[in-house]
Design a protein around this ligand. Sequence first.
Ligand code: ADP
Ligand code: MG
Length: 324
Amino acid sequence: MSEFALIERLRRRVYARADVVLGIGDDGAVLQPRVGEQLVMTMDTLNEGVHFPADSAAADIGWKTLAVNLSDLAAMGAQPAWCTLSLSLPAAREDWLEQLADGLFALADLHDIALVGGDTTRGPLSLSLTAIGRVPAGTALRRDGARVGDDIWVTGTLGDAAAALALWQAGTLAVAEPASAALEPLRQRLQRPTPRLRAGCALRDLATAAIDVSDGLLADLAHVCRRSGVGAQLWRDLLPASAAARAQFAGEALAVLQCAGGDDYELCFTAPPPRRAALLQSLREAGVEATRIGRIEAGTGVRLLVAEGGADCTPPNGGYQHFG
Ligand code: ADP
Ligand code: MG
């Protein structure tokens, strides 16, 4: 398939938005922001073999490329609107591209996101997506607002994606096909992550700082601490785990997945204790559970305690880092 046929194929599937004045097909897209709002932009690249297993299904790759970017917008409290996609492909296989688009547009349509442009080149399989979202001016969630005494919260459960990856590496799980009832929830979390967009918007008026858990809880919370000029204590035994993860891993092995495993795309955020009830209520309305897992303290870095007031069990290295 030619580059132009490919672009035409993508263009035909794009969701129509009134604020897209000019989309795919010109030298640039023309977008109409609204008065009183600010735009939030983010970009993430997924490389074959690094960010997804080489044998992943094309539809899962398409979904995940958008999902990881939407997770960043969620962590900013932004509502997504537009995206651009840069595709580097070894060869344009029609059925593979159709499936890639299926996965990408399944998630885009769910959140009314328009693909407004991109670039297509030949090269090793790599996908770069830029997502743009909107917030009422001055309300974006940031990493630098955590204050001493704030509670630390996390949405959903931790370690599921890392559990799936570990099972795949052990040869117990195939990532490209539906798994057994016991393993399928874990595989879904790795290949089809759910960006916590409604939760992010709900947190705009309640959280003091937020980040999405992409590299591992300890590493990501450390970013919040550094940017906010504070330290943190986390309570290991309070970290939420799914029933599916608990059925496969326990004890230290599960804790490692929860603390250092990447790809969960949950939101970790901070808020003062008087907001606890309001937070839980707002998040419940946004369709997600949240768990209080620690406290912001004076100092630097993240300490892992067994539980509140318990022994220190900080692991020697925090989370997954590229070239780390
Ligand atoms: P140019 O040479 O001006 O950069 P291209 O031929 O690269 O134009 O792209 C033509 C149009 O198709 C542009 O509007 C561009 O944004 C869009 N486009 C190219 N690749 C993609 C893609 N992978 N996804 C979405 N839009 C794309
Ligand atoms: Mg181009």
